[in-house]
Structure formats: C-alpha cells, structure tokens
Design a protein around this ligand. Structure first.
Ligand SMILES: NC(=O)c1ccc[n+]([C@@H]2O[C@H](COP(=O)([O-])OP(=O)(O)OC[C@H]3O[C@@H](n4cnc5c(N)ncnc54)[C@H](O)[C@@H]3O)[C@@H](O)[C@H]2O)c1
Ligand SMILES: [Zn+2]
Length: 346
C-alpha cells in the first residue's frame, strides 16, 4: 500500500510512503547507506541485496541518542566527501528515528542538499519519525534544537525489520500510534483496542493509518505553525518526565505514555474528556506494557520544567488536549493552579 505525501498545496505528489516488502531499488547514482552498528549487524545485508546503484557504500555510526549530534553529522559528511558523492548522489537511512533524523539533516547539508530515502526499522520511526521531513540533531541546550525541514524522496516501510526489535522499543512506538488515534480518529482508536499487533496484516494497517494521519497533518502544516503541534499530545508532560529522569529511565515513547496519562487527567479536570474515556486509553497503554504511573517528587520543580520546552513560546504554556477520544484542542489558558492541582493528584 502507498500513502502519497503532497505538502501544503495538495497539487503535486512530493513522495510516496510504501508499506510493503522492501522492493528492489535501482539508482543510476552513487548511494551511501547510513546506519548504526546494531542495525547494520541485523539488516544491512538485506538492504544491500535490494539495491542496484552506480556505486554503493556504507557509513556506520555508533548506536544511541547520545551520538545524535553535530560531531556525528560531521563525521558522516567527511565520509561522503571521501567517497566523492556529488549533487546527484543519494543517502539511504537504515535505522530508527535517530538515524533517520541525522541522515536527513546530513543530506540537507551536503553540497547544499542531496536526496535521501528513509528505510525505518523501528515501529516509532515507521509510524512517525520517517514521515514529515523534520530532521536534526541534539546539542547541550536540548533535543532536536538544530535541524532543518527536509523531505525524503521516498519512504519504504517493511514490517519484517521489526521482528528483531526489542519488546520495549516496539511498545514505545505504540505510544505514538495511540497518540494519533486519540487526537484524530475515534474509529481508529476502537480498532486499536482490538488489534493484534503480532499479525502482519493488522500491523501494516495500523502503520498505514498512522502514516495517513501524520501525512494529513503535515500536508496542512509542514513547518508546525498550527495543527502539526497536535502531534505533541502527551509530549509536554513527557518531555519533563524525560528531563527529570535524565533521559535514562524511560524510552521516549514510554515517557510519552506517562505524558498522555497526565494530560488526560488535565482534560478530565477541564471536563474535556470523561473518566470513562480516560480509562479506555489507560487500559490500552497498560495492555501494551507502557508505563502509566510516575511519582512526581516536587510539583513546583515539575511545573517549572514546562518552560524548558522550546514550544513554550513567550512563556505561555501551550497544551495539546484531547477532546474526548478522536478530537483535540490547543489551549494556552490553563491556570497554574489547575495544573498544579492535577500534578499533585497524579
Ligand atoms: N523527525 C520526526 O518527526 C521525529 C518524530 C519522532 C521522533 N523522532 C526522533 O526519533 C528518535 C527516536 O527514534 P527511535 O525510537 O526509532 O530510536 P532509535 O533510532 O534510537 O532506535 C531505538 C533502538 O533500536 C535499535 N534498532 C533500530 N532498528 C532495530 C531493529 N529492526 N531491530 C533491533 N534493534 C533496532 C536502534 O539501534 C536503537 O538502539 C529520537 O531522536 C526522536 O527525536 C523524530
Ligand atoms: Zn514523540
């Protein structure tokens, strides 16, 4: 199945997201695969066997979010220069969101921009990170603060890659999936509640719907001046949880699950979601072994950390709230008292 991405004016297809067995790929250009040590050991040979290119070589970087930085980008760039890539050359990202974000950003920089293709290998990157053209790296000031909006030429999603993914990583992807459903699509949420993710056809359908929803949002608002922010449901609270635990205790998706719980509690307090609806979301997260509880030691300190988020524009806190299941609202009028009350009760 193919999900076309149009972007902004809906007149011309920019690129396709193909959800299927990885096809044979022929390129009359130089191709560099960018991957990491973990993924290369598992899946590089499969990818290489599918590619027919003028010249093909591989750049392998260390595995981990801590290597998602400018130093790694520079080392990739150096290897591209060593191999004399030209303006027509292509990068292929083979890996999770870290590799995808970094490869896309490197592609945007090499000789002012060359093409790149995403072959995402984690559930999170298949349903979220590989689509939409946000690329970049972290620095000491925060996550993803350096980067570019730079769209891939194509995205190839093959669920076979997920067979080697650790269970926790798989669940982390599910948190981003339920995010899409709660924000945009009640019928999809109902489907997810019953879905058996172990079945290939079900998994492909789930990925397809997530990509479609993300595509719709990105088409309307590529640069996140409006509705794209809705994809940050659960993230405002989740980022604080990640920050408080030094990015060590929880995977990003796990922190998002906790964040979803917190913002749902806020929505219940604001009468935007019923307790019954909240319980359904909780049940889904629990079913997939995602964390739903978090001990807030210091409510004041937790609250102050909201302002570290780069999205806290002119010190106004913006919350992406669910409106029941399948609806959303962005609000910047939530009082400190209400927030602290919800945090205390959590
Ligand atoms: N660009 C976007 O729109 C966007 C959206 C969401 C997240 N992100 C970014 O994505 C990153 C998180 O992505 P992620 O969750 O994929 O993390 P990740 O890329 O770190 O991958 C998680 C782990 O799984 C390993 N792995 C990858 N594929 C595997 C496979 N098939 N089998 C076994 N192990 C495998 C990786 O080597 C890594 O150790 C973050 O840096 C985040 O900022 C970007
Ligand atoms: Zn996320």
């Amino acid at each position: 199945m193919i999900v076309p991405i149009y972007l902004e004016n809906n007149t011309a297809i920019k690129y396709n997201v193909t959800i299927d067995t990885l096809p044979k790929l022929t390129y009359n250009r130089k191709v560099a695969i960018v991957t990491n040590t973990t993924v290369s050991a598992l899946h590089l040979e499969t990818l290489k066997s599918k590619i027919n290119a003028d010249e093909l070589f591989v750049v392998t970087v260390e595995d981990g979010e801590e290597f998602k930085n400018l130093a790694t980008v520079e080392s990739i760039l150096n290897q591209l220069f060593e191999h004399k890539l030209d303006r027509k050359s292509l990068l292929i990202a083979l890996g999770g969101g870290v590799i995808g974000d970094m490869t896309g950003f490197t592609a945007s920089l090499y000789q002012r921009g060359i093409g790149f293709v995403q072959v995402p290998t984690t559930l999170l990157s298949q349903v979220d990170a590989s689509v939409g053209g946000k690329t970049g790296v972290n620095n000491s000031y925060g996550k993803n603060l350096i980067g570019a909006f730079y769209q891939p030429e194509a995205v190839f999603i093959d669920t076979e890659f997920l067979k080697t993914l650790p269970k926790r990583e798989f669940a982390a992807g599910i948190a981003e999936i339920v995010k899409m459903a709660v924000m945009f699509d009640k019928a999809y949420f109902d489907f997810l509640m019953e879905a058996d993710f172990r079945k290939k056809a079900v998994l492909e359908k789930v990925i397809q719907r997530s990509v479609e929803l993300k595509a719709e949002v990105v088409n309307l608002d590529e640069k996140e001046s409006g509705i794209r922010a809705v994809l940050n449901y659960g993230h405002t609270f989740g980022h604080v949880v990640e920050n408080e635990t030094n990015y060590k205790t929880y995977l990003h998706g796990e922190a998002v699950a906790i964040g979803i719980m917190m913002v749902n509690a806020l929505a219940v307090e604001l009468k935007m979601m019923t307790q019954i609806e909240m319980n359904l979301v909780t049940k889904f997260l629990e079913k997939h072994d995602l964390p739903t509880k978090y001990e807030i030691k210091e409510v004041d300190a937790f609250y102050d950390k909201f302002f570290l988020d780069k999205k806290a524009a002119n010190n106004k806190l913006k919350f992406i709230l669910p409106q029941g299941i399948g609806g959303h609202m962005i609000r910047d009028d939530i009082s400190k008292d209400v927030l602290k009350k919800v945090l205390k009760a959590f």
